[in-house]
Design a protein around this ligand. Structure first.
Ligand code: SF4
Length: 344
């Protein structure tokens, strides 16, 4: 008998309606880092929600605040960080919970997959044992049942010959296989929410696509909410229901995926879009990059933080920061001179 409890979704219509209620609701999330007498404003009033069965992509360059936001949700920030706002998960406020309380959620209800499995896995321990450890941290299973579940999880993440692979060490597996093991560990207790933080960044393009397909298949089969964090807008186009683009700790554009790609408004989003490699781009042309660097979060000015890099910047942009506002149905952006507005 399988000990991998979750069946494929057989939800009745009422259950499906209930599933549309947000599982995770983040409101006005603020994160500050206080170090060496300086205060870095790393996340500045982020709002979003995600429901079971849905995939949210959070996109931005390194330092935009996307990873810090998700670590704040998981209670995984260092001691010099302070967090404010609201993080409701399945109706419970997570912010402010003591460490032993948040540990109840971490790994059990909310799990995270990181970029570098080589650093996350213990090189001296068989991968199957590492999955068993994750299972037994939260579930009162006997060693034999935990072992059976670990093998089933290896099978679930499509590792061939799972019973044999159980005994292998991380260095015996390819990068893609190691990431599958990390996903198996994340799924050990059947989380309701899975956060994948640049989980495919270190992989080649083919393996990247396989891991993303796997994550989506698992998300559907296990009825999880999935948040994936990436710098790659192309991944968001292929694998998400909704996209949030972050810059300097704020959401600057947010929309259902298709709508965002058909009607990009924010100059920053457009710049990210143009930086995606395309097969039809002549080989001799250099891939465009977003010029300049993101601002220092400890000295953000009063105007639009993208101003120094923006091709559409105008006087109005220096006076105050544009607020993220819903302009079209479900399409939000924070810009005084968006594309499509007639402003040149
Ligand atoms: S508000 Fe101005 S500077 Fe900021 S993104 Fe829009 S046009 Fe560019």
């Amino acid at each position: 008998m399988s000990v991998l409890v979750p069946p494929l979704s057989t939800a009745a219509p009422d259950d499906r309606r209930a599933a549309e209620v947000a599982l995770l609701e983040v409101r006005d999330l603020q994160v500050r880092f206080r170090r060496h007498g300086r205060v870095a404003h790393v996340v500045n009033g982020l709002d979003f929600s995600v429901s079971r069965g849905r995939t949210l992509a959070i996109i931005g360059e390194s330092g935009s605040g996307k990873t810090v936001s998700c670590r704040a949700i998981m209670g995984l920030l260092p001691g010099f960080a302070s967090v404010a706002g609201s993080v409701m998960f399945a109706g419970e406020q997570l912010l402010g919970l003591p460490e032993h309380e948040i540990r109840r959620y971490r790994g059990a209800d909310i799990a995270m997959v990181f970029q570098d499995p080589a650093r996350s896995l213990n090189p001296t321990m068989q991968v199957g044992k590492q999955i068993m450890e994750a299972i037994r941290e939260h579930l009162p299973l006997s060693s034999a049942l935990a072992r059976q579940r670990a093998v089933e999880l290896l099978e679930l993440v499509r590792i061939p010959s799972p019973a044999r692979r159980f005994h292998e060490y991380p260095h015996q597996l390819s990068g893609g296989m190691r990431q599958r093991v990390m996903i198996a560990i994340a799924l050990a207790c059947h989380p309701k929410l899975l956060i994948a933080d640049e989980a495919t960044t270190a992989l080649d393009v083919t393996t990247q696509a396989q891991i993303m397909e796997l994550l989506l298949d698992l998300q559907r089969a296990l009825d999880m909410a999935l948040i994936f964090i990436s710098h790659d807008l192309g991944l968001a186009a292929s694998y998400s229901d909704e996209v949030i683009v972050m810059y300097a700790g704020r959401a600057v554009e947010r929309a259902p995926t298709r709508r965002l790609f058909e009607h990009v408004r924010m100059p920053y989003t457009k710049a990210l879009l143009e930086a995606i490699p395309r097969l039809d781009r002549p080989a001799h042309l250099q891939l465009p990059v977003v010029p300049g660097r993101p601002p220092d979060p400890s000295s953000l000015g009063s105007g639009c933080s993208f101003g120094p890099r923006c091709p559409r910047v105008a006087d109005i942009c220096w006076d105050s920061a544009p607020a993220l506002t819903e302009h079209d149905s479900e399409h939000w952006w924070a810009c005084f001179r968006p594309y499509g507005s007639g402003a040149r």
